[in-house]
Design a protein around this ligand. Structure first.
Ligand SMILES: Nc1ncnc2c1ncn2[C@@H]1O[C@H](COP(=O)(O)OP(=O)(O)OP(=O)(O)O)[C@@H](O)[C@H]1O
Length: 617
């Protein structure tokens, strides 16, 4: 949960040789106008000695009641930017606010995990202000219990958009006439997940479209003019956020956007009105043709983050992933690593494989001398898991000192797992903004961190795409890592290698994996499913990315090898099954993400082509 590495922030900064000198501000929380009890609590109980730069810039603006758009790098403390002023303003309300007065502040977040995380911080902040009640509502939770909590009253409500809309429509006792703040945390992701329409409906329900100040009577006989204050936050912005800003923010102050590019955390106060947000919009999030900001803007990544890529041919991907993980956990037993995959099936397969795959370093050894290939605690997290399992994994991985998390992009946004050392993007992220959020799970708040991106030789143009956004990566010394698994004699031979695919270690491990998977029916089934959904996800790359991730160039036999399969499974039939499952899931969730929305016509054609190749072979 957020706040786990909330200790001695400033001291830590100094100890690290000032690597995060640019992260913290030189003022105190009290200087920002926050109530002394809150400041004391932030310092003594949460370990926040001084505000971060973005907090120092934004908190006074939020306290002043302005609408705000905050764009700052991942892990710079954006949650406190809105929670601290809201708590400050609510606690000083006279007479004290009552539970029966309903919701005063609403925080919208894209995922359930983020919902729980923000709720956790809010609970901590409210420790000394027991009369202000925090609460959350989100997909997967029991509706009746939520209704009961809403009936009693929740002062600060954290919610995912779908479930919030549900309660706005169906829970009569949900009181929001005193609503003063609406916060969109990870605003761009909320919209990317297809919640645009829901967000519009929510704004309409709450009467909170631009210029919609509302005059109302509270239950306690309080009649006040509340002009709503809306706050949008994200580490990356896009045209849809601009649209949302345009319809929800009134005369906003923009923090963290510099004039030349959209990079964040501007050292000196650069608070200004963001005129471009207000140009030529029709207010419909579903129809955004105008892009006021340049989509090639640079993203601001933590300067201490080491970013590398590893170029691996398709057939050797699995061997290389396992070898790198083995090497990382052998180099440092106690560390946390997150690996991103493109599909839930791929997560399940790799989770199962790494959990059960054993080997014997001494080839002559008996079976009972085998040991786990990668020695670490392992977790998985994706959207197809049961709600309770997701919650447990989120909490357990947060509190572990050493573990491996395999996940989809459900964990890419906003999650603050303490002390993650390395992010591996085994399947490429798609949009550059997605790259930024994934790597943002490490190197938070000035801490050290590493990121490694897997690319096939035919995909290296993606590096150019990232470079256009100001992100540049160095090559990972793969041969050195692979050589480290060889005996001395083999090492000498491997110097002459032209291709990594013929590296003795790669050949050995690939064969071992194929034999292992071939004999494990459960893992083999998972491998086949993962193969099919991986090909499908690859086909679903959109826009310019289709030029880089070309389905035509995929060799399905090599893809099968990357799932440890000796033979290539048939895609026929399976793709229909997957489509039906996804449709059902999306119907149930009432939404669809970019990738889940299905394939473009061209994508469908390519998949068909691939399928008929398989059928014909
Ligand atoms: N002033 C502070 N001093 C020390 N730690 C802080 C301070 N403010 C926030 N933190 C801690 O910094 C970490 C990152 O904060 P937070 O998750 O709010 O960042 P973020 O900018 O929202 O990141 P992302 O863009 O990834 O969502 C958290 O662990 C939080 O507890």
């Amino acid at each position: 949960m957020k706040g786990k590495h909330e200790t001695e922030s400033k001291k830590k900064a100094d100890d690290k040789g000032g690597s995060d000198a640019g992260v913290f501000a030189s003022c105190s929380f009290a200087d920002l106008g926050l109530h002394s009890t809150l400041c004391q609590h932030l310092q003594e109980k949460m370990g926040f000695q001084v505000p971060t730069q973005i907090q120092a810039q934004a908190i006074p603006v939020v306290i002043a009641g302005r609408h705000v758009l905050v764009n700052a790098a991942t892990g710079t403390g954006k949650t406190i930017v809105y929670l601290a002023p809201i708590v400050h303003l609510l606690q000083k309300h006279e007479p004290r606010i009552q539970r029966s007065e309903g919701t005063f502040a609403l925080v919208l977040v894209p995922t359930r995990e983020l919902c729980m995380q923000v709720y956790g911080i809010c609970e901590k902040l409210l420790h000394r202000f027991h009369w202000i009640v925090p609460g959350y509502i989100m997909g997967g939770e029991n509706r009746s219990k939520e209704k009961a909590r809403l009936r009693k009253g929740i002062s600060i409500l954290i919610a995912t958009p779908g479930r919030l809309l549900d309660h706005l429509k169906h829970t009569q006792s949900f009181m929001y006439t005193n609503l003063h703040w609406i916060v969109f945390d990870e605003a761009d992701r909320i919209l990317e997940l297809g919640f645009g329409k829901a967000v519009e409906e929510i704004l309409d329900f709450l009467g909170s479209r631009q210029n919609n100040s509302v005059c109302k009577e509270g239950k306690g006989g309080r009649t006040e003019k509340f002009s709503r204050q809306n706050i949008l936050l994200s580490a990356t912005l896009n045209e849809k956020v601009n649209q949302l800003a345009n319809i929800s923010l009134e005369d906003p102050v923009v923090i963290g956007i510099d004039d030349k590019n959209n990079s964040s955390v501007v050292p000196n106060s650069s608070i200004s009105n963001f005129a471009s947000l207000r140009s030529g919009m029709d207010g419909d999030l579903q129809h955004c043709d105008t892009l006021p900001s340049n989509s090639r803007d640079s993203y601001n990544l933590p300067s201490q983050l080491i970013q590398r890529y590893v170029k691996v041919s398709c057939g050797s991907r699995l061997v290389v992933l396992l070898s790198i993980l083995k090497s990382l956990f052998e180099r440092e037993i106690s560390q946390k690593i997150v690996v991103f995959f493109s599909t839930c099936d791929a997560v399940d397969f790799h989770y199962s494989l790494i959990s059960v795959f054993q080997w014997s370093p001494d080839l002559q050894a008996e079976r009972n001398q085998k040991q786990p290939f990668v020695r670490c605690k392992i977790f998985r997290l994706h959207g197809n898991m049961e709600h309770d399992d997701r919650r447990k994994v989120f909490q357990s991985f947060s509190s572990e000192k050493s573990a491996l998390l395999l996940c989809t992009d459900v964990a890419a946004r906003g999650l603050d797992f303490p002390k993650v050392k390395c992010i591996i993007q085994y399947d490429s992220p798609g949009e550059a903004s997605e790259y930024v959020h994934r790597v943002g799970r490490t190197a938070r708040l000035g801490e050290k961190g590493e990121a490694l991106l897997f690319l096939q030789p035919v995909e290296v143009d993606y590096l150019h795409d990232l470079q256009l956004h100001g992100v540049s990566l160095k090559e990972y010394p793969l041969q050195k890592v692979l050589d480290s698994f060889l005996s001395h004699g083999q090492k000498l031979n491997s110097k002459k290698l032209l291709s990594l695919d013929t590296h003795p270690w790669v050949l050995f491990l690939q064969k071992t994996l194929e034999n292992f998977i071939g004999n494990e029916s459960k893992t083999k089934k998972l491998a086949r499913d993962a193969f099919c959904s991986w090909v499908r996800a690859y086909t679903a790359h959109r826009g310019e990315l289709k030029r880089i991730f070309m389905v035509k160039k995929l060799h399905l036999g090599h893809v099968a090898r990357s799932f440890g399969l000796k033979e290539q499974p048939s895609l026929v039939g399976r793709s229909h099954q997957i489509q039906a499952q996804k449709r059902k899931r999306n119907q149930m969730q009432g939404r669809s993400s970019k990738r889940q929305r299905g394939l473009s016509t061209k994508g469908k054609r390519l998949l068909k082509q691939l399928e008929s190749n398989v059928a014909g072979s």
